[in-house]
Design a protein around this ligand. Structure first.
Ligand SMILES: N[C@@H](CCC(=O)N[C@@H](CS)C(=O)NCC(=O)O)C(=O)O
Length: 256
């Protein structure tokens, strides 16, 4: 199997950790995102996004949640989904909170850093930090006294570890979340999480600027679903309109 991936993409990281945890072998195809419209990825994925998993017979599956479900079905051991239906649903809700809530707020924050000259920049950073504080409070409650979000380590832990450690760099007071802090330490001792952490660290060390991470070669930024909701919900509509009219927004291609 081959996996279109990218070291700092939380979605690609989630899938890679799940495959590694289950001991599934795959060949990682690192694709630089933002404007990566390379034909091979475009052919495999309607939305041209990472992660995309290409099976040995050429069939492809996109979207981190859908790929994770496929992996669990085909490689059930060790499980990453709880057996109990309610716990399974709760686990998926936590994964969704990470994929949509954390991703969008983090995206808003780093976009405000990238567009430092924009009049909304400071307010966007504040709004993102405040929202992240709230999201972390939800996770702290979900964790409760457990070692992991569910009885055993699950996809919820793998999804959350892609976001929780980064909150510190976005002005969030992580001391407010002592259980999450211990959980991060525990997670970083899990070998597949440790390996992911190393890959991210190496990719970050190679970054020259935030533009390198967020923008494609023509200065456009990848927007979609929850990332668009975020600035609208917080009233940064003028910011969004300026980005659009300046041609700085890139969307997944139309299906064909
Ligand atoms: N819902 C998708 C989101 C995937 C996604 O947004 N991937 C980004 C990287 S984080 C991407 O491939 N962007 C395409 C581009 O920037 O060209 C999932 O869960 O996999």
């Amino acid at each position: 199997m081959k996996l279109f991936t990218y070291a700092t993409s939380p979605y690609a990281r989630k899938v890679r950790m799940a495959l590694d945890y289950k001991g599934v072998r795959y060949e990682p195809w690192e694709r630089c995102y933002s404007l990566d419209r390379k034909e091979d990825l475009r052919c495999a994925s309607v939305r041209a996004e990472v992660p995309t998993l290409v099976l040995d017979d050429g069939r492809a599956i996109s979207d981190s949640t859908i790929i994770s479900e496929y992996i669990e079905d085909v490689y059930p051991e060790p499980p990453l989904y709880p057996k109990d239906p309610y716990e399974r649903a709760r686990m998926r809700l936590i994964e969704d909170l990470c994929d949509r809530g954390f991703d969008a707020a983090g995206f808003g924050f780093w976009l405000a850093v990238l567009r430092e000259q924009a009049p909304e920049s400071a307010a966007m950073k504040r709004a993102a930090a405040q929202e992240l504080q709230g999201l972390l409070a939800v996770l702290e409650r979900e964790l409760g006294e457990r070692n992991f979000f569910c009885e055993e380590m699950s996809l919820a832990d793998i999804a959350a570890i892609c976001y929780v450690p980064g909150a510190r760099t976005m002005g969030v007071n992580v001391a407010d979340f002592p259980r999450l802090q211990s959980w991060v330490e525990r997670m970083l001792r899990v070998p597949v999480v440790e390996a992911d952490h190393e890959r991210v660290k190496q990719a970050m060390d190679e970054l020259r600027s935030i533009a390198d991470e967020l923008e494609g070669p023509d200065g456009r930024v990848h927007w979609r679903d929850s990332r668009l909701e975020w600035p609208v919900r917080h009233g940064f509509v003028d910011f969004l309109a300026r980005e659009f009219h300046a041609g700085r927004m890139m969307f997944p291609p139309d299906a064909s």
